[in-house]
Design a protein around this ligand. Structure first.
Ligand SMILES: CC(C)(COP(=O)(O)OP(=O)(O)OC[C@H]1O[C@@H](n2cnc3c(N)ncnc32)[C@H](O)[C@@H]1OP(=O)(O)O)[C@@H](O)C(=O)NCCC(=O)NCCS
Length: 212
């Protein structure tokens, strides 16, 4: 194996604004249930505009990256307050994206791309309420490039985020994992999450941050 194929020394550190392009690439490269979603999109930004970008913009203190001399290898993004975050999306994040990507683009062009689904998402998304948010108000997304997987970076990023949430006295954390991504499901269990709900789309995992 060439030495360039494995990261030499990966550092986990707080997010800097210059990380955002690399984070967008990681999001796309892992965006198909953990696999590369590049071929599914004509516009590489649409998926990260939903699942990556808004978090460091809304609350940069809850984004952490794993990076080496080749760039961003992985990240965790989060909000401490899902209800507040969704209100912020509605007021500040979605309106300009809806302008940029009009609803007409939500029509399926029939070429196998999924851009139209993401455009529909940003138009149809509305602040949701869920009794689960009371006990587990924070939520997260975590993604690591294949070259960084299986080396403890996920656990490291998760531990860093949990420490940051605990220092803010956030009481609990939740996330969604698709049924097509059993590896991530196993990862969350290994990190101490438990499964609160299972549905056809996947599982809602939770962690009480007051314990431990
Ligand atoms: C899921 C992901 C974040 C895990 O990060 P990682 O750095 O590979 O995981 P780590 O090396 O820190 O592993 C931590 C623990 O999780 C377990 N784990 C990680 N990936 C696993 C897998 N695919 N299957 C089973 N267990 C797994 C490890 O065995 C380890 O447990 P241990 O410490 O008890 O041995 C990473 O593989 C990833 O980003 N995948 C692609 C994107 C993705 O699926 N994101 C989640 C979307 S919901």
């Amino acid at each position: 194996m060439r030495s360039a194929e494995k990261p030499a020394k990966v550092t986990i550190r707080p997010y800097e604004p210059f990380d955002l392009p690399g984070m967008y690439r990681v999001c796309l490269a892992t965006g198909d249930s953990g696999r590369d979603a590049t071929g599914l999109y004509a516009n590489p930004d649409l998926l990260p505009h939903i699942y990556c970008g808004p978090y460091p913009v809304a609350d940069p203190g809850l984004t952490f990256v794993a990076a080496d001399e080749r760039g961003v290898v992985g990240y965790v993004v989060a909000t401490a307050d899902t209800v507040g975050f969704e209100a912020w999306l509605e007021d500040d994040w979605w309106p300009r994206l809806r302008e940029q990507y009009p609803r007409e683009l939500a029509a399926d062009p029939g070429d196998g791309t999924q851009d139209h689904l993401r455009v529909a998402h940003l138009h149809d998304s509305r602040p949701a309420s869920d009794e689960l948010y009371e006990r587990y108000p924070a939520h997260l997304h975590i993604d690591i490039l294949p070259r960084g997987q299986g080396a403890g970076l996920g656990r490291g990023l998760m531990g860093t985020l949990i420490a940051a949430l605990r220092s803010r006295r956030v009481r609990g954390l939740h996330l969604g994992v698709g049924s097509g991504n059993p590896g991530a499901h196993a990862f969350y269990l290994a990190c101490g999450f438990t499964e609160a709900r299972r549905a056809a789309w996947g599982s809602t995992m939770v962690m009480d941050l007051r314990a431990g």
